[in-house]
Design a protein around this ligand. Structure first.
Ligand SMILES: *[C@@H]1O[C@H](CO)[C@@H](O)[C@H](O)[C@H]1NC(C)=O
Ligand SMILES: *[C@@H]1O[C@H](CO)[C@@H](O)[C@H](O)[C@H]1NC(C)=O
Ligand SMILES: *[C@@H]1O[C@H](CO)[C@@H](O)[C@H](O)[C@H]1NC(C)=O
Ligand SMILES: *[C@@H]1O[C@H](CO)[C@@H](O)[C@H](O)[C@H]1NC(C)=O
Ligand SMILES: *[C@@H]1O[C@H](CO)[C@@H](O)[C@H](O)[C@H]1NC(C)=O
Ligand SMILES: *[C@@H]1O[C@H](CO)[C@@H](O)[C@H](O)[C@H]1NC(C)=O
Ligand SMILES: *[C@@H]1O[C@H](CO)[C@@H](O)[C@H](O)[C@H]1NC(C)=O
Ligand SMILES: *[C@@H]1O[C@H](CO)[C@@H](O)[C@H](O)[C@H]1NC(C)=O
Ligand SMILES: *[C@@H]1O[C@H](CO)[C@@H](O)[C@H](O)[C@H]1NC(C)=O
Length: 510
């Protein structure tokens, strides 16, 4: 399916390329090379740990309550293939008889190549964005991404690795029920763990599995704090927590992850931004005077020379030094489809069944996929909830009172077997240069930051070659994925798959 679609697209492109320049390689040669590239990706998908069997691992749940959550994989609206058995619905966040809060989940057992010993939990960020985004557009068994006419099988589904549980959390997100009341990330962790306790009572065959917590963006707060809560309250969950993944994560101050690196980022991708020279000179001089330009060259050393300072002494960026937003405005002037989540996007804005494609007002006309009654019915979701990808309700009614997650990351890296931080290099909403700063400012397993430099081209993806940078020390592996926007499993699924294989111990090298 994937390969055929690709060829059609390239054929359409060819017509224009070749009428414009007759000296290029022949049409046939170019088509052959493109087809081979698509075929190579398909072959890479099939070269996992697997055999060629079909169907999922035989997994059954003895608790009769489980059957009420069973989803028929042949009757998912618009999906014209069998996604296999799965279980979905609402479960409360505690066993109190008066409990009114419920979270929505969708659980998938492993595919034929996956392990029965493991369980992955995935959450999106926001705060208030639904994990069904991850399911449908990043790492679930079927995908319906921007611009796709219909859902397709995800060749790089994480169900090829093990079971995966998508949870819409915290309360106030997606289909979840009840009124949000959390004050900080510890409250969030407690409610999530309460939900997991209820989940493991119904799906008790999953007790004792190796557990991996994964998420993206604002889940750079959720995942570290939940993981920390689990490690600090041993016995609270009957699972064997082994590690975590956070990608394009919110782990530090805005001045570090957005403001300081903004102009350096524009310089690196000058041709993509295409801002005029007068404006470039203006923002460069502002970055110089704000102490941003040479910040990394000065302070991000391997090993670090001591704690890293806050430029301008304002964790949100000093007044007059908030460059991120004005660059965003300028980028939108020349590229009305400018996408903070993947800077390479240009006009037209692609159609998105989830209604949240990028930095722009959503333009979908037909109903949002998870807001369709037939979809809600198929997955035991409440039909009377208007589903939006990112909640209009504030899930932290009085704000998130927790400090950045760099405060808990050292502890959970030390207690995990493996831990990965991943960053797409084409992400503008959170910028990889800032993530490096946060890492170099943390002390874990007795030392501050990485001791030796992150080498260029050190992330090598099997069958693709160098696709960014990677560095591993004292239980933490950091990846920078070339060409990927904010949602790494969506934009670079082969890379994401390999990183998960490493996290879960299915491969020895990162
Ligand atoms: C994942 O499983 C599907 C279905 O068995 C298979 O077609 C695909 O090649 C597998 N992908 C990987 C990366 O193992
Ligand atoms: C699946 O497992 C259950 C319980 O272990 C068993 O009764 C059933 O026969 C198995 N089904 C298949 C298709 O292997
Ligand atoms: C609720 O859960 C707690 C802690 O897991 C347990 O001690 C208690 O017995 C449970 N109560 C009910 C009514 O099931
Ligand atoms: C349930 O009842 C307990 C004890 O009466 C109370 O403290 C708690 O706030 C109630 N919970 C909800 C969700 O109403
Ligand atoms: C940054 O460093 C370069 C190279 O050392 C130097 O030429 C430049 O003046 C510095 N800029 C600022 C604003 O400090
Ligand atoms: C580095 O860590 C120290 C101490 O934890 C903190 O005070 C400082 O603000 C941090 N710097 C950055 C750049 O986050
Ligand atoms: C930030 O605060 C420190 C300590 O108070 C001071 O030494 C430094 O000059 C300040 N930096 C800026 C840019 O204001
Ligand atoms: C250059 O870019 C700035 C910022 O977007 C804009 O205000 C200005 O009009 C542009 N100048 C020209 C000549 O396009
Ligand atoms: C939706 O329906 C359920 C059960 O039918 C009910 O408990 C809930 O209050 C309703 N929610 C809204 C927002 O109407």
């Amino acid at each position: 399916m994937f390969a055929r679609l690709w060829t059609t697209v390239s054929a359409a492109l060819l017509l224009q390329v070749f009428s414009a320049n007759a000296r290029m390689m022949s049409k046939v040669d170019m088509q052959a090379k493109q087809a081979a590239a698509a075929q190579r990706l398909a072959t890479l998908a099939a070269s996992g740990q697997g055999q060629s069997s079909t169907g999922v691992k035989n997994i059954t749940f003895s608790n009769p309550k489980a059957s009420a959550f069973y989803v028929d994989g042949t009757s998912i609206p618009e999906v014209n293939f069998d996604i296999g058995p799965s279980w979905a619905g609402l479960l409360p966040i505690s066993n109190a008889t008066n409990e009114t809060r419920q979270l929505f989940f969708w659980f998938f057992p492993p595919g034929p190549q996956g392990s029965l010993d493991d369980l992955i939990f995935w959450t999106n960020g926001g705060p208030g964005c639904s994990s069904l985004e991850g399911l449908l557009q990043e790492n679930g068994p079927f995908s319906w991404s921007y611009g796709q006419a219909m859902p397709t099988q995800n060749q790089f589904s994480w169900t090829n690795l093990s079971s995966i549980l998508f949870v819409e959390q915290p309360v106030g997100t997606g289909f979840s029920q009840g009124t949000p009341n959390i004050r900080n990330e510890d409250d969030l962790a407690e409610q999530f763990v309460g939900f997991m306790q209820q989940f493991l009572e119904v799906f008790s065959e999953l007790k004792g599995k190796n557990f991996y917590l994964t998420g993206e963006s604002y889940a750079g707060m959720y995942v570290p704090y939940i993981t920390n809560y689990i490690y600090e309250n041993p016995g609270v969950l009957d699972l064997n927590t082994r590690g975590f993944w956070i990608s394009d994560p919110s782990i530090g101050y805005d001045v570090i992850q957005e403001e300081m690196p903004a102009v350096n980022f524009v310089n690196k991708y000058k041709g993509v931004f295409s801002l005029n020279e007068t404006y470039m000179a203006q923002i460069q001089s502002l970055a110089d005077s704000c102490g941003y330009t040479n910040y990394s060259d000065t302070f991000v050393t391997f090993p670090p020379k001591g704690p890293l300072p806050i430029p301008g002494n304002n964790t949100e960026g000093a007044r007059g030094c908030r460059l991120w937003e004005q660059i965003f405005d300028a980028a939108l002037l020349v590229n009305p489809a400018f996408n903070i989540y993947r800077i390479f996007d240009t006009w037209p804005i692609l159609w998105d069944v989830l209604g949240f494609p990028g930095s722009f007002e959503q333009v979908q006309v037909s109903p949002i996929y998870f807001d369709r009654t037939d979809v809600k019915q198929a997955i035991h979701a409440p039909v009377n909830v208007t589903w939006t990808e990112c909640s209009n309700i504030n899930v932290f009614p009085h704000g998130d009172g927790s400090p950045p997650s760099f405060t808990v990351l050292p502890n959970i890296i030390e207690k995990s077997e493996r831990a990965v931080i991943v960053h797409g290099l084409a992400d503008y909403i959170l910028i990889s240069e800032g993530t490096r700063v946060v890492i170099q400012n943390m002390t874990w397993n007795g030392l501050q930051g990485f001791q030796t430099p992150i080498e260029e081209d050190s992330f090598v993806v099997d069958g693709m070659g160098a696709l960014g940078n990677m560095h591993s020390e004292r239980g933490l592996t950091y990846y920078e994925v070339a060409l990927s926007g904010h949602m790494v499993p969506q934009f670079s699924p082969r890379a994401a798959f390999q990183i998960m294989e490493f996290l879960m111990g299915f491969r020895t090298t990162p």
